[in-house]
Design a protein around this ligand. Sequence first.
Ligand SMILES: *Cc1c(COP(=O)(O)O)cnc(C)c1O
Length: 389
Amino acid sequence: MKNLQFDTKAIREGYQTTNEQEHSEAIFLTSSFKFDSAEQAAARFSKEELGNIYARFTNPTVDAFERKLAALEGAQACVATASGMAAIFATIMALIKSGGHIVASRNMFGTSIVLLNTIVSKFDITISYVDLNDLLQWKNAIQNNTKLFLLETPSNPLGEVVDITALSEISQAKNILLAVDNAILSPALQTPIKLGADIVIHSATKYIDGQGRCLAGAILGSQEIIEQIGAFTRATGPSLSAFNAWIVLKGLDTLSLRMKAHCENALKIAIWLESQPQVKKVHYLGLKSHPHHQLAKTQQLGFGGIVSFEIKGGQVAAFKLINATEIFSITANLGDTKSTITHPTTTTHGRLSDEERENAHITDGLIRLSIGLEDADDLIADINKGLLV
Ligand SMILES: *Cc1c(COP(=O)(O)O)cnc(C)c1O
């Protein structure tokens, strides 16, 4: 059937039942696949016949995850990887030759910046950083050798947004690929390829699993782009395990329900925080006070589960609040059913200089919440204890 809605695809796409007629998807825990004959082996290796050979190339459980995620993102093809970082690295290594140049958002996941500065730069690939929301900076950063725009929208922890369609017009005019890391929203809330991006990257570790159980990643795009990236992963080996593929495959079944619940909880908590006298500022895209609220509404179906706020009293007050909570887990991870709380200045953004942190608006009193699926009123009571101490 054609034109199925998101929720139907999330449950029905991707998997072909085997002769055992199992109803739930099977996990193919096998590293290799056998052939009926020497002739068939030869045909598989020469690609005359399509089919499985070895799990670094293909595995039915991994394939099912790739097909389902591609259907949800509106992409032609997908290649799954062992983690989100493996996905970002594979994208860059497969598509950019030495001598190339990348323009990247300053406001990306910390390890993505480390990857660019310490690993990618070793291959004679240069990087320029720009402010995510400033289209003119993206345009001005373009050089003759620019091959890739790389970003996350919305950013974490402050929820800054870039107009993906407007940026894709700038990149397409110069034959530059636009890659969007969509881990913070997932395809349930944003589909960058439909907005003009060429590539979507995922840390499926976050909302796609959504329950904090395993690492996984994925890259999505046109058949041609994914074939190039697939050739890189086949030769270098950051393949997704069949077991982890099964976990994230089952995660997709409930993705949109969970994302709706994350958004509802986060909005309720953000609204409550905004009315607290000890809170200086709340950063949540769902609040009308957020400078990118209107832009987010034009390209997102929801505002996600990340809420940040600045407490009066700087780091001392922030640490007191974090330590007073009993339900929130003190961990830098996000996108879990369990709510988490963290102090960006001393953890996720700790390696930045004072000036870089100031430019990124990461203040000493800033606290980041990844709102999970507990009852919002219980979470509010938990934070309130910290505000009262
Ligand atoms: C966590 C995260 C990553 C890295 O993913 P791993 O699965 O931990 O390797 C990349 N991008 C974003 C936005 C993330 O939140």
